[in-house]
Ligand binder design. Structure first.
Ligand code: EPZ
Length: 417
């Protein structure tokens, strides 16, 4: 696997553009399966996870072509109703094809995604939704099959506002007979983007962004073009890159309301934030103040920003407490921060971070996508040099991260092993 070599100590300065959202692109690409014609998706980031989703669509028989940020999907000739375990193990979000395939073809087989480095990642809420819509679920040899004669509207209450389960149910119900209401639905901006795409295809969905989503089934969905929203987690990562290097960076192509919880926390820590229409300027001098963080479902503080804000707080002037309330095992990055001199104690879901004046460079390993990004942030702020191993994890969710940060003055290069 490739690695990053980083020499810390540079203050990042300048302007950085945010790419399209990975977590909006993946469900929207899956939703193209609902249309027997051609769909055009613009502003899609060049990421490994997007490549895997395109591989899944092709595996099912769709024709997929890519030109820069535009992906064209023709789902007219679907000839397979099963996603292999190998593809699912590459990316858990492959299971987002379950809903659209059940909605259009009334049957689909996916593989249990298995756990990952941040938690067990069950699918029980996805399956509860499919069952409510009339599907019979059978599980064998690690595969899950959902099948029905008719997808019928239903009242569905989610025990937890699961993003993936909300998305799968929306897509399965779009072509159903009748009306479906999802209560305790996820409220993330990516859910709103999916609703907008589905409605442009001819669906009748209201309420995305709130905790009740109403889907009135229609008989068919057609072709459309859509540009995905900017990636709020990438934007937040860059905002922290500016703060942790005591830099002065304007993050462009961002929807400020999507990162409101982070703006509030960075201001609480004494970071200067200036909000424009589609830009956020972040500047910092000296150590941030200590703050307490509790990760929650949107619009709470995002779990996908927890490793990154922890990187900043390792050098805060005081003690911070982070409570990870969404995933049960999302502290793999703590041991790596400790190797850089951080003073962090983990007790269950809580991390107690005693700020140190400076981290020192070390050889560290990325365990997952966001932990890897957080190690880049820490390495850019640390004294001396660092090596970050397993950066393929980072490439899953960040487009050319080292080039973006080098353009702001960081000393970071990619080395292929
Ligand atoms: C989405 O994952 C994101 N991925 C994740 O981003 C993000 O961390 C997560 O939402 C939470 O915001 C994509 O959108 C592709 P969930 P998802 O279902 O849908 C439990 C990244 O870094 N749960 O909202 O898989 C689950 O265990 C990735 O970009 C059930 O119990 O997350 C977790 O504790 C990492 N049963 C909580 O809900 C289920 O059936 C939230 O999971 C489903 C989920």
């Amino acid at each position: 696997m490739a690695r990053f070599m980083v020499v810390g100590g540079q203050r990042l300065q300048g302007r950085i553009n945010v790419s399209g959202s990975k977590n909006a692109s993946l469900p929207i690409l899956a939703a193209t399966l609902l249309n027997p014609g051609e769909s055009l998706i613009h502003g899609v980031p060049q990421l490994r996870d997007v490549d895997v989703m395109c591989e899944v669509l092709q595996y099912l028989g769709a024709r997929v072509t890519r030109e820069g940020g535009t992906i064209r999907v023709d789902a007219g000739q679907i000839n397979c109703w099963e996603v292999s375990e190998e593809l699912t193990r590459k990316m858990r979000a492959s299971n987002l094809v379950l809903g659209p395939m059940l909605g259009r073809f009334k049957k689909m087989t996916v593989s249990h995604p298995g756990g990952c480095d941040i938690g067990s990642r069950p699918m029980n809420l996805h399956l509860k939704g499919m069952t409510s819509l009339g599907a019979r679920i059978t599980e064998k040899f690690g595969y899950i099959t959902a099948q029905t004669d008719i997808v019928r509207g239903a009242e569905i209450h989610l025990d937890m506002p699961s993003v993936g389960a909300t998305e799968n149910i929306m897509m399965a119900a779009a072509l159903s007979k009748g009306i479906t209401r999802i209560r305790n639905a996820a409220r993330e901006p990516e859910i709103v983007d999916l609703q907008n795409f589905l409605n442009k295809m001819g669906a009748d969905i209201k309420g995305a962004g709130t905790d009740i989503i109403k889907i009135k089934g229609v008989s068919s969905l057609g072709s459309t073009a859509h540009t995905v929203i900017p990636d709020r987690i990438e934007a937040g990562t860059h905002m922290i890159a500016a703060a942790i290097t005591c830099g002065d960076v304007t993050v462009a192509n961002v929807i400020p309301e999507h990162v409101e919880s982070l703006i509030a926390k960075l201001r609480e820590a004494g970071v200067q934030i200036t909000v424009g229409d589609d830009t956020i300027r972040v500047s910092a001098r000296g150590r941030p103040g200590a703050v307490d963080i509790k990760t929650l479902f949107y619009p709470g503080f995002p779990t996908d920003m927890q490793p990154q804000i922890m990187a900043l707080l390792t050098m805060a002037d005081g003690t911070s407490i982070i409570s990870e309330m969404v995933f049960e095992n999302r502290y793999k990055h703590v041991s790596e921060f400790r190797r850089m001199g951080a003073d962090i104690k983990v007790e269950g879901q809580t991390a107690i971070i005693k700020g140190v004046t400076k981290l020192s460079g070390a050889v560290v390993e990325a365990s997952d996508l966001r932990a890897g990004a957080a190690l880049v942030l820490a390495a850019m702020a640390a004294d001396n040099g660092s090596v970050i191993e397993n950066i393929d994890h980072i490439d899953r969710g960040y487009e050319k991260l080292e080039r973006k940060y080098s353009a702001l003055g960081a000393r970071i290069i990619r080395v292929h092993s």
